[in-house]
Design a protein around this ligand. Structure first.
Ligand SMILES: *[C@@H]1O[C@H](CO)[C@@H](O)[C@H](O)[C@H]1NC(C)=O
Ligand SMILES: *[C@@H]1O[C@H](CO)[C@@H](O)[C@H](O)[C@H]1NC(C)=O
Ligand SMILES: *[C@@H]1O[C@H](CO)[C@@H](O)[C@H](O)[C@H]1NC(C)=O
Ligand SMILES: *[C@@H]1O[C@H](CO)[C@@H](O)[C@H](O)[C@H]1NC(C)=O
Ligand SMILES: *[C@@H]1O[C@H](CO)[C@@H](O)[C@H](O)[C@H]1NC(C)=O
Ligand SMILES: *[C@@H]1O[C@H](CO)[C@@H](O)[C@H](O)[C@H]1NC(C)=O
Ligand SMILES: *[C@@H]1O[C@H](CO)[C@@H](O)[C@H](O)[C@H]1NC(C)=O
Length: 570
């Protein structure tokens, strides 16, 4: 996959359900009968839940599956019907209702929620049925099903062969070398044609006719219809949205303020910009804190010392480790541009780092990988290999799942929601990236591909888009939470949205690293979640500040609080 902006879950987990998951006999039979039923929202007294096929839903917890019928277009029933593939974990305690969960992406399937089932039960005190669903365009059981644009991966391979879609963008320093810039700009027309061709292929593919029914506004209406069915017409909707799921939550809260029950938005995207600006322009905001986080990684490495972190030496400062990382990246860049034969380009190292920033528990292993790469490179006089970590990094997806499956769910959802194409050229997109790299993030500014870069060239838009107003008064206050050092949904975005919501939202800051609150543990935050979900209590004001637990180490022996305080004192 391209850089999935905001998937919270491990990129190496089976984020995309395998096509084999289509075969679920009992459910398939059941689903077929839906096609013949007239569609009436909430008409089903109960859904036909059956135990999920353990092959497609992995969980330590018993999980039931069902289908839920939906109209493709809520404003035009003659457009026909589709269905959502649902999962449910029964409340273990006193049932207060359903808590809907969207795990992000967009495009992360519901089965990933089952994977975290026990955690959700703990966070909710067992008082809710946890329900998630594969949204429109995601997975092979929901209809409209997984957006696939090519019959065979080779068609896609051939189309992008040798372009930046294939190799990523190469640059050194903060992208001021004129050769690097010229090489990139030479891709502008090539990539514009390729993105137009991909968009056309997606329209021509079997799922093409349903692309306009995908998108966040319909996804919101689906959730509300589900709540009507599961908890009763007009019932309060309880929802926990992570990452992209915060966009869904923000639209829900503003489209249906009267239906708001308990709502947690965790790792918040730039809500207003996503609705009002060309979506590629959101990239700069997303990576806004990444140089600082890189500095945090280097500082933690230096504090850990050479026994725990492979890329520091005795007595080094964070700044010295930072310089070393810069030189590793630049060396990979030189080797890559001189002979495009080695697998590891500077792009790979940049992605490896950004990937690790999502989950601090991977920092130590990542430093080991970088150290090994450096040692091998020195030995061989050409780029070493990155093995262990890379197999779990996005880089491998460039090589495998995007190429093989050619799934475009994330692009289909982002672009369906996006403002209309306005004639933006690829040259403008590339210039934007170079500028970002010089002004916002020298290390991560020009990563490629990113889902939202497709939208200026993607002609389909959703039948319904929500563009505001944001800040409607919800029936009950919602909880908005962000991490101090989140690599893809910076804290300022959570704050901006909480500010817009005024008294309708309570803001919590988790003082740690990683993407969304579950990246690190905080008893302070867990208590707030439990108080909110089970006891209707929320802290007063918008300045609640939660430390992560003392045992949340970034490297062995290196405490999160110690590094954050150094970072933000500078
Ligand atoms: C969930 O609860 C329903 C209704 O009580 C029951 O029929 C079903 O078997 C339960 N599912 C699991 C997996 O325990
Ligand atoms: C409703 O859907 C039908 C079937 O796709 C289509 O022919 C018709 O134009 C649509 N009507 C509107 C108002 O969009
Ligand atoms: C890409 O192009 C090279 C030659 O430039 C060729 O050897 C290779 O087979 C191509 N790969 C694909 C997947 O088309
Ligand atoms: C720019 O990078 C190229 C290699 O990619 C190098 O040969 C050249 O000297 C660099 N130019 C400057 C001004 O540093
Ligand atoms: C640290 O780097 C060395 C090479 O200098 C490598 O052999 C070793 O495996 C690395 N350690 C880890 C934990 O990766
Ligand atoms: C990028 O490089 C230029 C030229 O070396 C320098 O003037 C500028 O300050 C640098 N910007 C950043 C953000 O490092
Ligand atoms: C539940 O709420 C009451 C007041 O509404 C408060 O006194 C009590 O401490 C809360 N309990 C928990 C576990 O949050």
């Amino acid at each position: 996959m391209p850089i999935s902006i905001i998937s919270v879950l491990k990129p190496d987990s089976s984020a995309i359900s395998h096509p084999g998951a289509m075969v679920r006999n009992s459910r398939t039979l059941f689903a077929t009968s839906f096609t013949f039923l007239p569609f009436i929202v909430g008409a089903w007294a109960s859904l036909n839940w059956t135990p999920c096929d353990p092959k497609s839903v992995q969980s330590e917890f018993p999980v039931d599956c069902a289908f839920f019928p939906i109209p493709l277009d809520y404003f035009n029933h003659s457009a026909g019907t589709g269905r959502l593939s649902l999962i449910k974990m029964n409340a273990t305690g006193e049932r207060k209702g359903t808590l809907f969960v969207n795990p992000g992406g967009p495009g992360v399937p519901a089965s990933e929620v089952a994977f975290l089932g026990l955690d959700y039960m703990t966070w909710t005190g067992g008082n809710y049925d946890i329900v998630s669903w594969d949204p429109r365009g995601v997975g092979f059981d929901t209809i409209p099903s997984q957006t696939m644009c090519f019959d065979h991966s080779t068609e896609f391979h051939q189309l992008i062969n040798g372009t930046i879609e294939d190799t990523g963008i190469e640059w050194a320093g903060n992208f001021t070398n004129s050769t690097d810039i010229a090489t990139l700009y030479a891709q502008a027309l090539v990539m514009e044609k390729i993105y137009q061709a991909i968009a056309q292929a997606c329209k021509d593919a079997p799922t093409g006719d349903t692309l306009k029914y995908i998108g966040t506004a319909s996804n919101v209406r689906d959730m509300v219809a589900l709540a009507d069915t599961l908890d009763g017409p007009g019932s309060p909707v309880n929802y926990w949205g992570i990452s992209y799921g915060t966009l869904l939550g923000a639209w829900f809260v503003n489209m249906f303020p009267d239906r708001v029950g308990h709502v947690i938005l965790d790792g918040v995207v730039n809500i207003a910009d996503m609705a009002l600006k060309q979506s590629y322009l959101s990239w700069g905001d997303k990576i806004h804190d990444d140089e600082k986080i890189l500095h945090g990684f280097a500082t933690a490495c230096a504090l850990a010392g050479p026994l725990a972190c492979n890329i520091t030496s005795e007595g080094w400062t964070g700044a010295e480790v930072l310089d070393l990382i810069g030189s590793i990246i630049d060396a990979a860049h030189v080797m890559e541009t001189e002979s495009r034969t080695d697998v590891v380009a500077s792009e790979t190292i940049r992605e490896l780092l950004l990937d690790a920033f999502y989950e601090p528990s991977r920092w130590a292993a990542t430093s080991g990988e970088l150290g090994r790469f450096r040692a091998e490179t020195a030995d061989r006089g050409r780029a070493g290999r990155l093995e262990t970590m890379v197999s779990g990094a996005r880089y491998s997806k460039r090589q495998s799942s995007q190429m093989d499956g050619t799934y475009f769910a994330a692009q289909a959802i982002y672009c369906a929601d996006s403002v209309d194409p306005d004639g933006t050229t690829m040259a403008q997109v590339l210039q934007y990236l170079v500028t970002l790299t010089m002004t916002v993030s020298p290390t991560f500014g020009a990563l490629w591909p990113v889902d939202v870069f497709y939208c200026p060239f993607w002609s389909v838009r959703a039948v319904e888009r929500y563009t505001g107003p944001f800040g409607k008064k919800p029936a009950r206050p919602i909880l908005v939470i962000g991490n101090t050092a989140d690599p893809i949904t910076p804290f300022t975005q959570a704050k901006q949205f909480a500010d817009v919501m005024g008294d309708g939202a309570t803001l919590i800051q988790q003082n740690g690293f990683g993407h969304a609150s579950m990246a690190q543990q905080s008893k302070c935050v867990a208590d707030i979640f439990q108080g909110y979900l089970n006891n209707d209590t929320l802290p007063a004001g918008d300045d609640t500040f939660c430390e992560v637990d003392d045992d949340q180490e970034l490297f062995p022996g290196v405490n999160t609080r110690e590094v954050i305080s150094k970072l933000y004192a500078e």
